[in-house]
Design a protein around this ligand. Structure first.
Ligand SMILES: Cc1cc2nc3c(=O)[nH]c(=O)nc-3n(C[C@H](O)[C@H](O)[C@H](O)COP(=O)(O)O)c2cc1C
Length: 305
């Protein structure tokens, strides 16, 4: 067994590093930059039932220690993704492929999930009940226990692959929502999605991003994400994928110590295209420095300290 190996619901990952949904396209776009097969997994761009153009521009803005985005789930629709995108990425990549699924009704979540459940290329279904950048949906399902449980239950009833519910940090208490998902049959939890934020041009006073408010991510949100992973890991028995502000091997070690079985790297891919390979190369060096034999051994170690 490799020192970096980990697993999610019995599925082996060669290492815990996964590019986060929305920051890595459908994966194959990056194949000329580096060998994708070094990655533990890839979380694909958020997909809806119908094709979406997304929000008007500007829909991305940098700020200190992070960035705001309001892409609005631009994607070609699930039929196109299953037919054209999945074969392309699977031909290039032998690791774990995670479908990231969005919807505007429970029925839509189920339909998209079923399409990916039937696609042999996909290993894990990640249900995004946390997108802050679309009206009438997304985050509304992830900020209410009953709604999050309802989506989980409905998807689990009709699918066979592991279902990971991706939660929103825009709540007072993340724990009851994670518990509601677990009780409804979720196989795992991914957290966190972006925090609702804002940037204003100081000269004109005009909000910079077209939707005015948008999703804040990057290094500044790491302590919030880490706190939520720790809280949820203390409260549920299912595996957690930690995400939020990760940019180096030490960040991965922190998230796994807090209870994550694997991690996702988001905004940092946009700053440094080699973010994931750099982290994967740095991990064994840090593990040697800290006396960690296998990365799996540290999952949740902070909970007992
Ligand atoms: C440009 C951009 C697009 C994103 N699109 C999606 C998406 O389609 N689905 C999703 O679940 N999360 C999406 N996210 C959220 C990320 O997957 C991640 O949860 C969040 O950015 C926090 O991680 P980070 O601080 O490493 O960026 C997006 C984030 C960014 C920056």
């Amino acid at each position: 067994m490799s020192r970096l190996e980990t697993s999610l619901s019995g599925i082996k990952l060669k290492n815990p590093v996964i590019p986060a949904s929305g920051t890595f396209g459908f994966g194959y776009e990056m194949a000329d930059v580096y060998d994708l097969n070094i990655l533990g997994g890839i979380s694909l761009k958020g997909t809806t039932l119908e094709e979406r153009f997304g929000n008007p521009t500007p829909r991305i803005a940098e700020c200190e220690n992070g960035l705001l985005n309001a892409i609005g789930l631009q994607n070609p629709g699930v039929e196109h993704v299953v037919k054209h995108e999945l074969p392309k990425i699977r031909a290039l990549y032998d690791g774990v492929l995670i479908a990231n699924i969005s919807g505007f009704s429970v029925d839509e979540y189920v339909k998209v999930a079923c399409a990916f459940d039937n696609a042999p290329e996909i290993d894990i279904l990640e249900i995004n009940v946390s997108c802050p950048n679309v009206r009438h949906g997304g985050m509304a399902f992830g900020t209410d226990c009953a709604a999050a449980g309802e989506v989980t239950r409905a998807v689990k009833e009709k699918t066979h692959k592991p279902v990971y519910m991706k939660l929103s940090p825009n709540v007072t208490d993340i724990v009851p929502i994670a518990r509601a998902c677990e009780e409804a049959g979720a196989d795992g939890i991914t957290l966190i999605n972006t925090l609702l934020g804002m940037v204003i041009d100081p000269k004109s006073g005009r909000p910079i991003v077209s939707t005015k408010m948008s999703g804040f991510s990057g290094p500044a949100i790491k302590p919030v994400a880490l706190r939520m992973v720790y809280q949820v890991a203390s409260a549920v028995r299912i595996p957690i994928i930690g995400v939020g502000g990760i940019s180096c091997a030490d960040d991965v070690i922190e998230f796994m110590s807090a209870g994550a079985s694997a991690v996702q790297v988001g905004a940092h891919n946009l700053v440094e295209p080699f973010a994931c390979p750099n982290i994967i190369n740095e991990l064994p060096v840090k593990m040697d420095e800290y006396g960690i034999e296998n990365i799996k051994d540290i999952i949740g170690r902070s909970l007992a300290l």
